[in-house]
Design a protein. Structure first.
Length: 207
């Protein structure tokens, strides 16, 4: 039964073709309208080609998007503006230190911040995020994702400062980076083992 509609459809097309051949004037009009289906068939071809053009334009638009994002950034400060801001900052920091030392005469002058202070700050942050420094009797709070970010920042610091550090600074950075990575491995292994253990059944109730 599925073949019968196919034959009927073919017959209808033949009937329409015969009617068009009988009338010559309509045939001219139909001849003019004949390219219309061709144009319509060309339409889908254009639609198919458009995504290809867009796909080719996407890589070119990526640098344009980056350039637009950079254009939105404010212009960097000039050397004169940076120097004036640095002088104002130093003066403000000195006034703050004078106020603190006036209230605490026994406190000496604070040493200048060095590269070792920066590395130590990252080290302390990573260890606290991994649960170190918790008071006795309290359950340590672990931020394993935050610790990973801090350790990755130390890795970025080591990569960007390679070849620009003194031997002492490089040794401090590499040692701290090794220690926090080892602590991270131990902690993640512990978390993985706990996750693999089956849940313990509740203790049997007393009869």
């Amino acid at each position: 039964m599925s073949e019968t509609p196919k034959f009927t459809v073919i017959d209808r097309r033949k009937i329409k073709a015969d009617e068009e051949h009988e009338n010559q004037q309509p045939s001219a009009a139909s001849a003019e309208s004949a390219p219309a289906p061709v144009e319509s068939s060309g339409g889908p071809r254009l639609v198919v080609n458009e995504p290809k053009a867009e796909s080719k334009a996407e890589p070119a638009s990526a640098p344009a998007a980056e350039a637009a994002a950079e254009a939105e950034l404010p212009p960097p400060p000039t050397a004169q503006e940076s120097k004036e801001q640095k002088d104002a900052y130093d003066a403000s920091a000195q006034r703050l230190e004078d106020l603190v030392r006036a209230q605490n005469p026994a406190m000496g002058a604070q040493p200048p911040v060095s590269f070792e202070h920066l590395v130590q700050q990252f080290y302390v942050s990573a260890m606290i995020q991994m649960g170190a420094g918790a008071q006795e009797g309290q359950r340590p709070r672990v931020d394993i994702l935050g610790a990973r970010t801090t350790i990755d920042l130390l890795g970025v610091l080591a990569e960007k400062t390679r070849g620009n550090l003194t031997p002492s600074e490089d040794t401090t950075l590499q040692t701290v980076l090794f220690e926090v990575r080892m602590a991270f491995l131990e902690l993640t292994n512990m978390i993985s083992l706990q996750a693999m253990q089956p849940p313990q059944p509740p203790p049997p109730g007393k009869r």
